[in-house]
Design a binder for this molecule. Structure first.
Ligand code: DUC
Ligand code: ZN
Ligand code: ZN
Length: 467
């Protein structure tokens, strides 16, 4: 006996179109869309009906950049796969792509197995993995081919963090050459980490130890320089490139220039760069530590370039880089030395709402909201056509979104396992009401009805932007 649900009376919004439609779900997949009310006439019967009158019916969000349980700076990010994916569901995100980490001196396989073990049986929504390559050598390169075959089709390299994740230009070039042969997508953390380390040392020696100096040493020009270098290396290797967490307008200019030349160069930014700034890093009493992440928050003047690039498709994706550390006991590790503050911000629960607020504020259209938060990350990371859209045959990952609800973001009410909100007190118009993951209701009118273990690992195909 098949299981059917009808989502009735809502405004269906995809990246391609908006239409009043009923959505019929059968056995976890979208079976059909029909004109409002015609479902009864067509004889559709459903065991469950969700009334979406006056609401948006949108695809579940795809957050292509999370770090659950990431060891970093002597501690680990505070959301587990269980708490993090539950918070994702609350925020209308039904697929996350997290980063498995190759241990230095170890194999990619070791890192990937470790991340599978953390996630298996714990997740409330579906998940995939990228692979952080922190030690490029002949063995690693061969392993990249195997990972692509098993659905881990993207590899993050770091031009930052010497001695931790860092790869030099030769290693980067070799990994890019390999990706150009096996269809993998290289994701780049583009900051000149060698130069930044010099500036960190000089700042600390001069007594400039506060969180604000984290932003000052991680200069926009050093993000732009690394972005330029990564683009040139990718050209030489003949590989596509995806630049993660773009924050500096000078880095955006490098991407625009590459794209104007028709190069397969892509980029993401994150809500923190669109809504927060160095003003937050300057908050007194060490509160600025809450906003320490890399790339860093920039002066507010950078935001216009990010919004513009999102509108012109020079940036394709908004992901969160969700990497939460509690203020108490974790961020505090860096009191007296900003370089010891674990890098990262929470946000997996807030992305869909913040981007809806961007629609309300006139930065982007409704369809662009769905494109950058759902459809583009799904295509970029080989999750389409199952994820990121509402169309017959796609997974029934669906959010009923109330565009008129008013909410205030706060650590008091969020579900992420972290003791502060980066957006404390921010008023948002719009709220997730109900969330389906493969047809199963995981949030029912603002009650969590999901379960750990519902979420499955999703093997991904290669980047669909290149086809
Ligand atoms: N940046 C962060 O802010 N956190 C984790 C890793 C990274 O690159
Ligand atoms: Zn990074
Ligand atoms: Zn990251």
């Amino acid at each position: 006996m098949s299981d059917r649900t009808l989502v009735r009376g809502g405004l269906v919004i995809t990246a391609a179109e908006e239409m009043q439609a009923d959505v019929l779900i059968e056995d976890g997949k979208i079976a059909a869309l029909a004109a409002p009310g015609s479902s009864c006439a067509r004889g559709w019967t459903a065991e469950h009906t969700i009334d979406a009158t006056g609401k948006y019916v949108i695809p579940g969000g795809v957050d292509a950049h999370t770090h659950f349980e990431l060891p970093f700076g002597g501690t680990a990010s505070s959301d587990t796969f269980e708490t993090g994916t539950r918070a994702a569901a609350w925020g209308g995100t039904t697929t996350v792509v997290d980063f498995a980490v190759q241990p230095r001196g170890g194999a990619l396989r070791q890192g990937l197995d470790a991340w599978h073990a953390k996630a298996e049986g714990k997740c409330a929504v579906d998940y995939g993995f990228h692979m952080i390559v922190s030690d490029v050598h002949e063995g690693t390169l061969k392993e990249m081919d195997l990972l692509v075959e098993e659905g881990v089709t993207s590899f993050k390299l770091f031009m930052a963090y010497p001695g931790v994740f860092y790869s030099d230009d030769g290693q980067i070039l070799r990994a890019m050459q390999r990706a150009s042969g096996n269809g993998g997508l290289i994701m780049m953390h583009a900051e000149n980490g060698i130069a930044i380390d010099v500036l960190i040392e000089q700042a600390l020696a001069a007594g400039r130890t506060d969180p604000l100096h984290h932003g000052e040493v991680r200069k926009a020009l050093l993000e732009a320089e690394a972005t330029h270098r990564a683009i040139q290396l990718a050209r030489v290797a003949g590989s596509p490139l995806y630049v993660v967490h773009v924050s500096a307008r000078e880095a955006v200019a490098e991407l625009v220039s590459a794209r104007d030349q028709g190069l397969p160069v892509f980029g993401e930014t994150c809500p923190q760069y669109l809504f927060l700034s160095t003003d937050n890093l300057a908050e007194p009493d060490f509160e600025g530590a809450k906003y320490v992440c890399s790339t860093p928050l920039r002066p507010r003047e950078h935001q216009a370039a990010l919004w513009r690039a999102l509108r012109t498709d020079d940036l394709q994706v908004v992901s969160t880089d969700h990497c939460p550390f509690c203020f108490s006991g974790q961020k505090e590790l860096g009191r007296g030395d900003f370089s010891k503050i674990p890098n990262g911000l929470p946000g997996v629960e807030n992305r869909m709402d913040l981007l809806h607020q961007a629609v309300v504020d006139g930065h982007i259209s409704r369809r662009r909201w769905i494109e950058i938060a759902c459809a583009a990350p799904a295509r970029m990371f080989g999750l389409a056509p199952h994820k990121g859209t509402i169309a017959p045959g796609a997974d029934a990952d669906i959010v009923v979104y109330d565009p008129h609800a008013q909410q205030t973001l706060s650590a008091e009410t969020h579900h992420m396992n972290v003791d502060y909100s980066a957006y404390e007190g921010k008023r948002i118009t719009g709220q997730v009401e109900t969330v389906l993951s493969r047809g199963e209701t995981v949030i029912d009118r603002r009650r969590f009805t999901g379960r750990a273990g519902h979420g499955r690992h999703v093997p991904r195909s290669t980047c669909q932007y290149l086809a």
